[in-house]
Design a protein around this ligand. Structure first.
Ligand code: SF4
Length: 228
């Protein structure tokens, strides 16, 4: 599998924020969000081919119980089920972070679903050459239903402006009911300043709906840097 990075850090987002975790970041994505914070896995994918055994060894070298498999889009990695099975056999708690455009049977303890809104569309980047592909792929309620059926889930929306709420309500209306504390709104941004500029009104919207506000702890702690 093509791996961009493996590192030990605190989980920065979601219901397990703050939990020490080993991260496995696969390279390659079927979307091209204009704001992608890991363009080295999407717009210009980098990485090295590693066997499942080598990835598992690199992860299990750490004694940390929690493992986060992220991307890019990890569900695209052909060897993902085998890797997750090995990590589960070793007693690890596994979170898989996905844009939820592809479903395959996998083992995970928490599926972190982050379906992308229309605010992610790459209209201006690289002359808009990925726009049609991105728009055709980004919203797959059928895929999300499969995840909800088979896994413990959280669903996280990246919010750019208050006007995004109407679209989020429309998306949730296409899905089975999701517990309010498993619906997360995260400000769009890769700097502390960008996040701060969207956090106050977003916190108010979370309070209104009873949904969870999703900080980006790793940005607060380390800034936008690889390996964190
Ligand atoms: S789905 Fe994630 S990895 Fe893929 S382009 Fe969007 S933000 Fe980047």
């Amino acid at each position: 599998m093509r791996i961009s990075e493996i590192f030990h850090s605190l989980q920065g987002e979601g219901i397990l924020a703050g939990v020490p975790s080993v991260f496995v970041r696969t390279s390659g994505c079927n979307l091209r969000c204009w704001y992608c914070d890991t363009p080295y896995t999407s717009w210009a994918p980098e990485g090295v081919e590693m066997s499942v055994a080598a990835v598992a060894e690199a992860v299990l070298r750490h004694r940390t119980r929690h493992v986060v498999v992220t991307g890019g889009e990890p569900l695209l990695a052909p060897d993902l089920p085998e890797l997750l099975a090995r990590l589960a056999d070793a007693g690890r708690h596994i979170t898989v972070e996905t844009a939820a455009t592809v479903f395959r049977p996998i083992h995970c303890d928490l599926a972190s679903l982050s379906p992308k809104l229309s605010n992610s569309a790459p209209r201006h980047r690289e002359g808009g050459r990925f726009l049609a592909m991105h728009e055709a792929a980004r919203w797959r309620p059928d895929v999300i239903r499969e995840f909800l059926k088979h896994h413990e889930c959280q669903i996280k929306f990246v919010v750019d402006a208050p006007s995004d709420m109407e679209e989020i309500d429309g998306m949730l209306a296409e899905l089975p009911p999701i517990p309010a504390d498993r619906i997360l709104l995260m400000p769009q941004g890769v700097t502390r300043e960008e996040l701060a500029s969207r956090s106050v009104w977003l916190a108010t919207l979370c309070l209104d709906r009873g949904w969870r506000f999703c900080p980006r702890l790793h940005i607060d702690l380390y800034g936008h840097t690889r390996g964190t």
